[in-house]
Write a protein that binds this ligand. Structure first.
Ligand code: RNT
Ligand code: ZN
Length: 417
């Protein structure tokens, strides 16, 4: 009997001592935190609908976006059923469900997320959280935690405190720590005359937010930096150096978003440094196209390099991998499926690298063979291994998941008018 493509492919990797079964096993334990906001273009469920702000933007008007918790959870269910492995879901504060009651951001409570928790319990998944410090009248001038007005600062401080409390509730109920990531848009369009004062205020606001201590079995705090946004081209208060230093000094997680650096600057190259000095690191895996455009993650060189760096450092338990993209020009459930499948795929790709062998070549100064092998491995029969993994995880193989999406769009999404 002829070998299956998988058995045949496996032999190529085994020649270099790669254990494919071990790779499968390890991969199945790595959760990706899937961001809920791809499902509705960061609209959320607040009673008063507000326009997106904070220098981020979603473009496209593909029909059928989720309009409430039931629809968003159904869409996530669909996407997760097409992605191999068990993952997590990442919420934003604007996804509170208040049954028509107007609840401002500083007053949100765990009870407003009970439906999410019930759903997550049923699925056996963890939840992560983000305060929503944008798309709100109190963020209109692009300043929040660093605002000169103490009342505005206090409002956002209270919102962040409320968010950590909700995360603690997630941690408690779901038995897995909830990552709370603080990102604020604060910055200036044009050249500042004082860079220090806003940063000083942001630091003080963060200190106040974190003054309440939570056990790390419940809450993990992260801070996300940025280089620039629309309307904050000249100066962002929470820059990389700011948060890197803050995280270091205060034992918080530094969150690297792949779209938040100079166009040729990569987060893959930063991971090994951060891992040397921090127990944990958090990621927003995204795809910047010429700017921080948050395109759907594709199986590109940087995604593979990020995965390589996590796996080479044996750090899959120390890196919280989250996604952050939003595309409203294609089917949103497909967007989740494509981006998340690619991230899992990249991790598998990295797990199939004969890392020790390549490390040895480098140590020996054998750069010829290092380059030769890195290039040859690119055309190894990876697809057959990926297909086998999908099959074993009981999710569609190759592009067959598109049929599920087409059916879902026809029966469910297209009826949302
Ligand atoms: C913005 C940050 C932030 C947001 C989400 C919606 O530049 O990347 O993470 O994308 O919180
Ligand atoms: Zn981000």
């Amino acid at each position: 009997m002829a070998n299956t493509p998988f058995v045949e492919a496996k032999t190529h990797y085994e020649r270099f001592g790669v254990n494919v079964e071990e790779a499968f096993q390890k991969l199945s334990t790595i959760p990706i935190s899937v961001h809920c906001w791809q499902g509705d273009d960061i609209t959320g469920f607040e009673v008063t609908k507000r326009e997106l702000s904070g220098g981020i933007d979603v473009t496209g008007n593909y029909p059928g976006k989720a309009r409430n918790g039931e629809e968003l959870r159904a869409d996530l269910d669909k996407a997760l059923s097409l992605i191999p492995g068990t993952h997590r879901v990442n919420l934003h504060a604007i996804y509170a469900e208040t049954d028509g009651e107007e609840v401002d951001r500083d007053a949100i409570e765990p009870k407003h997320f009970k439906r999410w928790v019930d759903w997550a319990k049923e699925k056996g998944i963890g939840l992560d959280f983000n305060p929503t410090v944008f798309a709100h009248p109190k963020a209109e001038d692009g300043l929040t935690l660093s605002h000169p007005d103490p009342e505005i600062r206090t409002f956002w401080i209270n919102h962040c405190k409320a968010s950590r409390k909700i995360a603690a509730y997630f941690g408690e109920e779901l038995g897995t720590p909830s990552l709370v990531n603080i990102w604020v848009p604060d910055g200036y369009k044009d050249t500042p005359s004082d860079r220090l004062t806003p940063r000083k205020r942001l630091k003080e606001s963060l200190d106040e937010i974190f003054s309440e201590e939570y056990d790390e079995s419940l809450v993990l705090d992260a801070v996300e930096s940025k280089l620039f946004g629309i309307g904050s081209e000249a100066y962002v208060v929470g820059s990389h150096e700011f948060y890197l230093s803050y995280a270091q000094q205060n034992n918080k997680l530094c969150l690297l978003d792949s779209g938040h650096f100079h166009p040729t600057e990569t987060i893959s190259n930063k991971l090994s440094s951060l891992l040397l000095f921090n127990e944990k690191v958090a990621l927003h895996v995204s795809r910047p196209v010429r700017w921080d455009s948050d395109h759907v993650v594709t199986f590109d060189d940087e995604l593979k390099e990020i995965a390589h760096e996590i796996i080479r450092a044996d750090a899959h338990e120390r890196v919280n991998i989250g996604l952050d993209f939003f595309d409203a020009s294609i089917n949103r459930v497909a967007a989740w499926t494509i981006g998340t499948r690619n991230t899992v795929k990249a991790l598998l790709y990295a797990l199939l690298e004969p890392t020790n062998h390549l490390k040895e070549l480098q140590e020996q100064g054998n750069f010829t063979e290092r380059l030769a092998l890195l290039e040859e491995f690119k055309t190894y029969p990876f697809g057959a291994i990926w297909d086998e993994y999908c099959q074993r995880q009981q999710v569609p193989v190759k592009e067959s998941w598109l049929n599920d999406i087409k059916e879902y769009e026809e029966n469910i999404q297209s009826k949302r008018v």
